[in-house]
Design a protein around this ligand. Structure first.
Ligand code: ADP
Ligand code: MG
Length: 754
C-alpha cells in the first residue's frame, strides 16, 4: 500500500448531489458553445487544457498594459519639459536599431516613431537577445521613466515593452483602458487566435457567464482580509477598471491558492497525528550520558536544544514528524544518532536513510565504531548496526534482511533500498531521513508505511526558507541548529580568474608542507561516458605530470562504482594522496579532517547550493580552510557588485548576472541560510526543494518568496478550521469540502499520506 487515499471526509450522497449540480452548470459546457469558437478552435483550446467555459474564465492574463495613460511622442516631450518624472507609455513603430561597443560593453539602441515624432530606447546589456526582438516595422508599447538625452531626444533606458500586433495598434480599439495580455501558445496561434481575438472571446464569456460562478472562499476570510468575491475578482483580473481593482483581484487569488494549499497541509498533519496512535518512548538517561562520554567533544548548545525538542516529541502520544535543519558540518548526525539510541533503548529498531551509497557506507562504519566504544563503557545489550543498499551480494543481502526481520539489527542504515518491498522491519520505531529534499514526499510515505506509526525525523543541510517550511514542509515541526561546533575557524573563500592558476598551484604546494590536503574539483560537462572518463584522466595527468608533479594525486570520477570511489576516498583519508581530483560532485557528508583546501574549477558552472555543499567538504578540522573558486577572468574581475541585501536584486540584474551573483554570494556569505535564500531567488523553489515532487498543487499566483505574509495568514486561517472541524463536516465548511473534492482531488491523496 503506497498512498493511502482516505475518503472518509466526504460522504457519498454529498458527492452525488454535487456532481448533479455541476452537470447543469453552464460553466461546465464546452468552450465550443461560445461565439466564434468552432470545433477546430475548441480542439486547440482543449490541447492547452481549456475544456470548459469555466476553464476559460480562469485563463488569466500574464500581464496588463495600462493604456489609460498612453501619450503621443509630442505630448511626452511636453511632459518632460515641464519636469515630469513619473512613468510614461508611448506606442511606436521600430524605425532603426543599432548595436555598438562602448567601454567593453555592448550597447543596443532602438529608434521608434509615432505620428508625432521620434523617441529611442537604450540597453546596456542583452544586445544579442534584444536585437532578435526588435525588428524594423514592429510596433511596441514602451513604458518606463524617460529622459532627454544630451542630443535632445526622448530616451528610455531599459524600459518595459510589449509587442503589439499591427491591426490592433491601428484600430486602437483598446486604447484608454487597462488591457490584458494572455499567453498565446502555439496551439492557439495555429487556429488563428491572437491577442485581439482571444481578448474578445474572453470578454464575451466574462460578460455572459460570470454570474454562474460560485464563491470558493468562506465569507469570514473574505471579510477578514478584505478580499473581493469571486465574481468581481475574476472580472477584474481580466478587465480591471483601475489598477487598484487589479491588485485586489490578484491578491484574492493569491489568498485562495495559499489557503487551499494550507488546508491540504493542515489535513496532512492532522491525519498523521490522529489516524495513528504513536507510542511514547521513555527517556532513560544512562545510555545517553554514557554515549556522550565516548565522544571527543561536547555538544553545542544548539544541538542540545534541538535534542530536547526531539525528546519531547518522542515522549508524547503523537508520532514525531520533525524537520531538523542545520548547515553543512553543524553536527546533525550525532543528534540523529542519539535519537536513534533512545528508540533502541526502548526496544525498537531505528532506520537512517541517506541519499548515496558511499555516505551510507561511511555512516555505517563510523556508527559501528561508536557503538563498539559505547558497548565497552555501557555494557548491557550490544547495539547492532546493519547496512542495506542496492547491489549487495545476494547471500549478504538475505542475511541482512533476516536480521532486520528478526530484530537482530537495531540501527539500520541505508539508501532508498530501505523502502523496497523485501525489507520488513520487525519493530520500527524511528526513521531518520538525511538530505530530505533529495527524496520525494511519496518516498518518505513509503518508508513510513514500514512501521506502525514510527517517529520521523527528516534532516536538511540546505536550509529551507520560512515560506517553504510553511507550505511544502508545513506538516513538519521545525528545529534548527544555528551554531557551528566551537573548534571551527571560518572558511576563507576566494574568487580568482583562470590566469591565476599557477599561483594557486604554488599555494597548494606550500600548504602541503603544513599538512594540508586539497580537493580539486572539475565540473561535469561531458555527456558521453567515454568523453567524461577521458576528460577526468586528462585533468589528472596534466596535474600529475606538469603542475603538481611533486604531489601525490588521486582521482575519483563519475564512472567509478561507489566501491571504487570509496577506496580512493579511503586512501585520501589515510593521506596516501595530497590531492584528490574529482570530476564528480564529492558525495555529501564525507568527512576528511585534513582536507582543508578545495579548489573548484569553472566554478560558474556549478549551482549555488552545490558550491556551498562542496565548500562544506573542508573546514571540519581546526585549521584555517580555503575554498578557491576559479572562473573566467572576466567574471573574477566583473564590475558587478552584489547589493547589500539579496532582496534588492532586481529581475534584470538576476537575468544578466546569474553566474557572477552565485560566485560573489559564495565569497560574501558562509551562512547556508543566506545562500539558500539567494539560490531560491535565482532558481525558484521547484528545482531546489523537491517542491515539484511534493504532490502539492502548482502555485500559479503565490510567489513563494515575496508573499510570506499571505502564506502565513492563510496558514493560520486554514489550521484553525481543520483544528475545530478536522473532517470539514460542519455545514459552514461544505464549500471547502466540495471545492477540495472537485479541484484538489489529486492533491488530496498526498494530504492523507501516512
Ligand atoms: P552535518 O550536519 O553536515 O551532517 P556532521 O554531523 O557530519 O555534520 O558533523 C560534522 C563533523 O563535526 C563530524 O565529524 C562530527 O563528528 C563533528 N561534530 C559534531 N558535533 C560536534 C561538536 N559539538 N563539537 C565538535 N565537533 C562536532
Ligand atoms: Mg550530514
Amino acid at each position: 500500500m503506497l498512498l493511502n487515499y482516505n475518503c472518509n471526509y466526504f460522504s457519498l450522497d454529498l458527492f452525488l448531489t454535487m456532481t448533479m449540480q455541476e452537470k447543469n452548470n453552464p460553466l461546465n459546457q464546452s468552450v465550443q458553445y461560445l461565439k466564434s469558437i468552432g470545433p477546430k478552435r475548441a480542439e486547440s483550446f482543449q490541447n492547452i487544457g481549456i475544456k470548459t467555459i469555466r476553464d476559460l474564465l480562469f485563463y488569466f492574463p500574464t500581464r496588463h498594459l495600462d493604456r489609460t495613460t498612453i501619450l503621443s511622442t509630442a505630448k511626452a516631450y511636453g511632459y518632460l519639459m515641464n519636469g515630469y518624472e513619473g512613468e510614461l507609455t508611448i506606442i511606436g513603430k521600430v524605425e532603426d536599431t543599432e548595436k555598438r561597443r562602448f567601454n567593453r560593453k555592448e550597447i543596443f539602441k532602438v529608434q521608434f516613431r509615432d505620428s508625432t515624432g521620434y523617441f529611442e530606447c537604450v540597453w546596456f546589456h542583452g544586445a544579442k537577445y534584444l536585437s532578435n526582438l526588435f525588428k524594423v516595422g514592429n510596433i511596441f508599447a514602451v513604458s518606463g521613466k524617460a529622459s532627454l538625452s544630451k542630443y535632445g531626444s526622448l530616451q528610455f533606458a531599459h524600459p518595459d515593452f510589449d509587442r503589439i500586433s499591427e491591426d490592433e495598434s491601428y484600430n486602437m480599439i483598446n486604447t484608454g483602458k487597462i488591457i490584458p495580455f494572455y499567453r498565446i501558445p502555439k496551439e492557439l496561434k495555429n487556429s488563428n487566435l491572437g491577442d485581439l481575438s482571444l481578448r474578445k472571446i474572453i470578454y464575451y464569456s466574462v460578460e455572459n457567464y460570470i454570474e454562474y460562478l460560485s464563491e470558493t472562499l468562506p465569507e469570514s476570510i473574505l471579510k477578514q482580509y478584505q478580499l473581493p468575491g469571486i465574481i468581481d475578482a475574476v472580472k477584474n483580473f481580466h478587465f480591471p477598471e483601475s489598477n487598484n481593482d487589479l491588485i485586489s483581484a490578484v491578491r484574492r487569488f493569491k489568498y485562495e491558492e495559499a489557503f487551499y494549499l494550507e488546508l491540504l497541509v493542515a489535513l496532512r498533519k492532522k491525519n498523521y497525528q490522529t489516524k495513528l496512535d504513536g507510542f511514547p518512548l521513555n527517556i532513560k538517561t544512562k545510555l545517553i550520558s554514557n554515549f556522550l562520554k565516548t565522544l571527543p567533544f561536547k555538544l553545542t548548545n544548539s544541538q542540545l536544544e534541538v535534542l530536547s525538542e526531539i525528546k519531547n516529541d518522542l515522549m508524547s502520544n503523537t508520532p514525531m514528524n520533525r524537520l531538523l535543519q542545520g548547515d553543512v558540518g553543524s553536527g546533525k548526525t550525532i543528534v540523529a544518532l542519539i535519537s536513534m539510541l533512545i528508540a533502541v533503548d526502548n526496544g525498537y529498531q531505528a532506520a537512517l536513510m541517506v541519499p548515496t551509497e558511499i555516505l551510507a557506507d561511511q555512516h555505517a562504519k563510523t556508527i559501528s565504531q561508536m557503538m563498539a566504544k559505547l558497548f565497552k563503557l555501557h555494557g548491557g545489550k550490544e547495539i547492532k548496526v546493519s547496512l542495506i543498499m542496492g547491489g549487495q551480494k545476494k547471500s549478504i543481502r538475505e542475511q541482512k534482511l533476516s536480521n532486520i526481520e528478526l530484530q537482530e539489527a537495531d540501527l539500520i542504515i541505508g539508501t532508498h533500498a530501505l523502502f523496497e518491498e523485501k525489507v520488513n522491519f520487525r519493530n520500527l520505531g524511528l526513521i531518520v531521513i538525511d538530505e530530505q529534499h533529495r527524496f520525494g514526499v511519496a518516498q518518505r510515505g513509503r518508508l513510513m508505511a514500514k512501521g506502525k506509526a514510527p517517529h520521523v525525523l527528516v534532516m536538511s543541510a540546505t536550509p529551507i526558507p520560512r515560506t517553504l517550511s510553511m507550505t511544502v514542509y508545513g506538516d513538519l515541526d521545525n528545529s534548527i541548529i544555528n551554531e557551528m561546533p566551537k573548534n571551527r575557524i571560518p572558511i576563507k573563500t576566494l574568487l580568482r580568474g583562470d590566469s591565476k592558476l599557477p599561483d594557486i598551484y604554488k599555494f597548494l604546494k606550500d600548504k602541503k608542507k603544513d599538512g594540508y590536503q586539497s580537493f580539486i574539483v572539475y565540473p561535469l560537462v561531458e555527456t558521453s561516458e567515454k568523453l567524461e572518463l577521458k576528460a577526468a584522466e586528462k585533468y589528472y595527468e596534466s596535474l600529475q605530470n606538469e603542475y603538481l608533479s611533486e604531489l601525490n594525486i588521486g582521482l575519483v570520477h563519475g564512472r567509478m562504482s561507489w566501491h571504487e570511489k570509496e577506496t580512493v576516498m579511503y586512501k585520501f583519508l589515510q593521506k596516501e594522496f595530497d590531492v584528490l581530483v574529482s570530476t564528480t560532485v564529492i558525495e555529501v557528508g564525507i568527512d576528511i579532517p585534513d582536507a582543508n583546501i578545495i579548489l573548484i574549477n569553472d566554478a560558474h558552472r556549478f549551482g549555488l547550493s552545490q558550491l556551498h555543499q562542496l565548500r562544506g567538504r573542508v573546514g571540519r578540522g581546526n585549521k584555517q580552510a580555503y575554498c578557491i573558486l576559479v572562473t573566467k577572468d572576466e567574471y573574477a574581475s566583473s564590475d558587478f557588485k552584489l547589493p547589500l541585501e539579496s532582496e534588492f536584486l532586481s529581475p534584470s540584474q538576476i537575468e544578466n548576472n546569474k553566474s557572477i551573483i552565485r560566485l560573489q554570494s559564495m565569497v560574501k556569505y558562509l551562512n547556508g541560510f543566506k545562500i539558500a535564500e539567494i539560490d531560491l531567488k535565482l532558481r525558484g523553489p521547484g528545482d531546489i526543494f523537491g517542491v515539484k515532487q511534493s504532490g502539492f498543487p502548482e502555485l500559479k499566483h503565490v510567489d513563494i518568496i515575496n508573499d510570506s505574509e499571505i502564506i502565513s495568514d492563510s496558514k493560520q486561517a486554514a489550521f484553525k478550521i481543520i483544528e475545530t472541524d478536522p473532517h470539514l463536516a460542519d455545514a459552514s465548511n461544505e464549500m471547502l469540502r466540495i471545492n477540495l473534492l472537485t479541484h484538489y482531488k489529486n492533491n488530496l491523496k498526498y494530504a492523507t499520506i501516512a
